[in-house]
Design a protein around this ligand. Structure first.
Ligand SMILES: Nc1ncnc2c1ncn2[C@@H]1O[C@H](COP(=O)(O)OP(=O)(O)OP(=O)(O)O)[C@@H](O)[C@H]1O
Ligand SMILES: [Mg+2]
Length: 394
C-alpha cells in the first residue's frame, strides 16, 4: 500500500480510560472524541471499556466499540486502512493483546503501528528530550524521554487524575451541599441523592472547579488544622448548579476550590504531583536532570483545569527546599512547553504526525506476521527491540 495514499489515510486511535480520540494521520485534530464506553440505554449507563472482568468480555466490547468508530464516526473500510494506536507505555498487556486480536482477526486490518503516547507527544514539538507528564482520568503518569528514548525505569504513576478530584468533590458535596427546590427550601444533598453519577461529577469539575494558588492552599490548611489558627480566606462565590427536575445544587465556593487539592496533598509518603516530578528527574541520568526540568510537557485532559500548571510549578519549586530533595537536586529553572494542540489530544496529534511519515510503512506490524506469531511486540521487552524484529515490519 502506498504511504501517502490520500484516499486511504491511516486511522489514528487513542483509547483512554475516559475518552477515545479518533481521526486520520496528517490531520491536526481528531475527527471525534467520544467516551471510551459502549453506548448505554435509557435505563442503564454504558459500560466503560477498561472496566471488564474477563478477556472475553473485553473482546466483545472492543468489537462493538470499534465497529461504531469505523462505521458511525469515521466511515471507513477497516480492511483497507492501516491503524496507528497511541498507547501508554504502562498499558496493561492484556488490553493491548485483546485489542490487537480484535483489529487483526476480527476487523482484518492490514497493519497496526503501536506508538507510545509519552514519546510521540514530543513529535508535536520537534524536541527529543522532555519530561512528559500525562494527567489523565484515572492516573497521572510521567516518563522522562532522553534523546528520543523513554526511560522506563524512571516512570512515575499515581492515581492522581480527574477521577480523584471527582471523588473528593463527591465526598465534600455529600458533607456540605444543599439542594434548593422551587419553593426555596433547602435540603441536605445526602437526603436527596446518596450518590452522584459520574457524568454529573465530571460536569461539575470541568465547569466549576479550579486549582487555587499555593499561598491560599496553605491558608486553607492552616485554618482547617489549627482550631485557634488564622481565619480561612474569603471563599469564591457560591453558584447554583441545575440538578434533575427543579432542584438546584448550591455549590459552595470552598468546595469548588478544595476539590483539586487532592492532587497536591502530601501524605505520609509525600506523594503528590510535585514529588512525582522530582522523583522522575532524580531517577534520570545526572546529565539529563537540568534539560528535563527545562523541558516539561504537560498533557492529558486533567491539566486543563484552570490554575493547575501554575500551581504545579509553584509546588515543585517549594518542594525542592524540602530536606528530602534539597541536598540531591538543584534545578535553576522549570520551563513548560506549549504544544500546538489542546492538552487532551496532544498525544493523539503526535501519533497523527508519526503516522504521516515513512514509519507507517517501515514500523507497522503487518497482519500476516501477526497471524503467524499471534503476538505483537512489546515496548518493554528487549527481545522485541532488536534488528531481527524490525525486519519483520509490514
Ligand atoms: N477542559 C477541561 N477542563 C478540566 N478537565 C477536563 C477538560 N477536558 C477534559 N477534562 C477531564 O480530563 C480527564 C481526562 O481526560 P483525558 O482525555 O486525558 O482522559 P483519558 O486519556 O481517557 O484518561 P487516561 O489517560 O487516564 O486513560 C477527564 O476526566 C475529563 O473530564
Ligand atoms: Mg490519556
Amino acid at each position: 500500500m502506498p504511504i501517502h495514499d490520500n484516499d486511504r489515510h491511516a486511522v489514528v486511535l487513542e483509547i483512554g480510560r475516559a475518552y477515545t480520540k479518533c481521526g486520520f494521520v496528517g490531520e491536526n485534530e481528531p475527527r471525534v472524541i467520544i467516551p471510551s464506553k459502549l453506548e448505554g440505554t435509557k435505563k442503564r449507563e454504558g459500560i466503560y471499556l477498561h472496566e471488564y472482568s474477563t478477556k472475553k468480555e473485553l473482546h466483545s466490547n472492543l468489537v462493538k466499540f470499534l465497529h461504531h468508530i469505523f462505521f458511525k464516526y469515521l466511515l471507513v473500510n477497516h480492511r483497507e486502512r492501516r491503524i496507528v494506536i497511541v498507547e501508554s507505555l504502562l498499558c496493561p498487556t492484556e488490553f493491548r493483546e485483546v485489542l490487537a486480536n480484535v483489529l487483526y482477526v476480527h476487523f482484518e486490518v492490514p497493519s497496526v503501528l503501536f506508538v507510545p503516547s509519552h514519546l510521540v507527544t514530543l513529535y508535536t514539538l520537534g524536541i527529543s528530550t522532555a519530561l512528559v507528564i500525562d494527567i489523565g482520568h484515572e492516573e497521572t503518569t510521567m516518563i522522562p524521554v532522553c534523546e528520543g528514548t523513554p526511560l522506563i525505569h524512571a516512570w512515575q504513576a499515581q492515581p492522581l487524575g480527574n477521577k480523584a478530584i471527582q471523588e473528593r468533590l463527591e465526598s465534600l458535596l455529600l458533607l456540605r451541599a444543599k439542594v434548593q427546590g422551587n419553593g426555596g427550601q433547602k435540603i441536605d444533598l445526602v437526603d436527596v441523592m446518596p450518590k452522584l453519577s459520574r457524568a454529573v461529577l465530571e460536569d461539575i469539575v470541568v465547569r466549576t472547579c479550579f486549582v487555587t494558588t499555593l499561598p491560599r492552599a496553605r491558608q486553607l490548611v492552616a485554618a482547617r488544622t489549627h482550631e485557634d489558627g488564622p481565619s480561612p480566606p474569603v471563599p469564591p462565590p457560591t453558584i447554583l448548579y441545575p440538578l434533575s427536575g427543579n432542584n438546584n445544587l448550591t455549590l459552595d465556593g470552598s468546595v469548588r476550590e478544595e476539590s483539586a487539592e487532592v492532587l497536591f496533598e502530601t501524605d505520609n509518603e509525600m506523594v503528590s504531583l510535585a514529588s512525582m516530578v522530582l522523583d522522575a528527574i532524580l531517577a534520570s541520568p545526572i546529565d539529563f536532570r537540568v534539560p528535563l526540568a527545562e523541558n516539561l510537557v504537560i498533557i492529558g485532559g486533567g491539566c486543563m483545569l484552570p490554575g493547575l500548571k501554575f500551581r504545579l510549578l509553584a509546588e515543585i519549586k517549594d518542594l525542592q527546599q524540602h530536606p528530602k530533595y534539597s541536598s540531591r537536586i538543584a534545578l535553576k529553572a522549570l520551563k513548560v512547553h506549549r504544544p500546538p494542540a489542546k492538552s487532551n489530544y496532544t498525544a493523539w496529534l503526535g501519533g497523527a504526525i508519526l503516522g504521516a511519515t515513512e514509519a507507517i510503512a517501515t514500523r507497522s506490524y503487518a497482519r500476516e506476521v501477526y497471524m503467524q506469531t499471534n503476538r505483537v511486540p512489546d515496548w518493554n521487552n528487549l527481545a522485541d527491540n532488536t534488528k531481527e524484529v524490525d525486519s519483520r515490519a509490514g
